[in-house]
Each structure stands twice: as C-alpha cells, then as structure tokens.
Write a protein that binds this ligand. Structure first.
Ligand SMILES: C[S@@+](CC[C@H](N)C(=O)[O-])C[C@H]1O[C@@H](n2cnc3c(N)ncnc32)[C@H](O)[C@@H]1O
Length: 194
C-alpha cells in the first residue's frame, strides 16, 4: 500500500490497529527476559510507537520507522509526553536503506499490512536492516483474510520464508489484545551466520 494510503488512514482516524498499548506479547517477552543485552532495536511500521516505548522503557536504544508522516508525529508526541527516549524517522522499510544496522528488529502488524506480493521484499528488508548476528522477534497475525490489510498468513508460510535465513530459537502463543486472542503467534529468530 502507498504512503498516501497510510497517511489517509491516520488523517481520517481510521486506525483499528491502534490499541493504546504495546503488544501484550512484547510486554510479556521483555518482562520475562531481563537478562537480554540492551542493544539497538528497529521497529518498522511503528505507528504511534507503543512498542518502541515498551523497548525504550526496558532500556533498549530504540528507533521507530513508519511510512506515514502522521504516525511519526504522533509517536514523537506520545514519547515526549511519556518522558522516554527513542527516535522516530519517516522511512519505507521495504525500499529504503537503513540509517544503521540493528541488533534487534521487532515485527508487529507490518508483515500483515503490506501486499502479500511484497513479502519477499519484506524478508530482504529484515536482512538489510539487521546486523549479521541480529535477532528478529515477530508477532505474526495468523488470520485467513485475503482482502486486507490486514492480510493473513500461516505458521507454515512464516517458517518457509524465514527459515532459510534464520534459526528459530523459540515460538509460542502470546497473550493478545482481546480481539486477537488465539490469532497471534510469536517467533524469536537469530540470523544464521554467513
Ligand atoms: C496496521 S498498522 C500497525 C502500526 C503498529 N505496528 C501497531 O501495531 O500499532 C501498519 C503500519 O505500517 C506502516 N507502514 C506500511 N507500509 C510501510 C512501509 N513500507 N514502511 C514503513 N512503514 C509502513 C503504516 O503507516 C502503519 O503505521
């Protein structure tokens, strides 16, 4: 979908994905892994930045990116109000070069927001934005919808697309927002050497 499409969704307040809080699966992951080294985190398609602020509050150096200027503006305002430190930048995750490479990349409702025909580009972008030994943490939306966004996927598709490039460290069913219960699955991947 184009930048104009996403910007119009913000301008018209047509944002059903906006839950006013970070992904519950991310909240639980960070709370249960206090031992993780506090590296750099990239959150592409960050929207108004709830997940960025969750990583920032946990001590990570966090950077949010979005294709919609209004998403970036709202994310900056909310982060300032929360008294947290994070940077936000306008970027097309699929096509732009990253300003730096990251230790972590967090996926939450971007994979399901892009056209299914762009998923190979998405995998290439994750590889381009991550450091060679980086980790990819994803909350994937396992719904059947083909008339998105959101566009659905399956566990089998996720494994097929990411296994050639990443080792799967863990996968689980996370706690979800009420209307997504039992429709999400989290995957924690480490990039393969070489
Ligand atoms: C469904 S919303 C999810 C926002 C946020 N992740 C959340 O869960 O609240 C999808 C977001 O991805 C952004 N987006 C779509 N395509 C993008 C792209 N190619 N690069 C960066 N952001 C993109 C949209 O502007 C929108 O903010």
């Amino acid at each position: 979908m184009s930048q104009e499409y996403w910007e119009a969704r913000y301008q018209t307040a047509d944002m059903p994905w906006e839950k006013g809080a970070a992904s519950p699966g991310l909240v639980d992951f960070l709370a249960s892994h206090p031992e993780l080294p506090r590296g750099t985190v990239c959150v592409p398609g960050c929207g108004t930045g709830h997940d960025v602020r969750e990583f920032a509050a946990a001590g990570f150096e966090t950077h949010g990116f979005d294709i919609a200027p209004s998403g970036i503006r709202l994310a900056e305002e909310k982060t300032k109000q929360a008294g947290l430190e994070a940077t936000f930048q306008l970027a097309d995750f699929l096509r732009d070069e990253p300003p730096q490479k990251f230790d972590w990349l967090f996926e939450h409702t971007l994979f399901c927001a892009i056209q299914p025909g762009e998923r190979e580009e998405y995998v290439r972008a994750v590889l381009r934005w991550l450091k060679p030994d980086g980790n990819y943490l994803a909350v994937n939306y396992l719904i059947p919808d083909i008339d998105g966004p959101p566009f659905g996927t399956t566990r089998a598709e996720i494994l097929k697309r990411f296994s050639p490039h990443f080792d799967l460290l863990a996968e689980w069913v996370p706690r979800s927002y009420p209307n997504r219960t039992d429709k999400e699955r989290m995957f924690c991947w480490r990039r393969k050497a070489g």
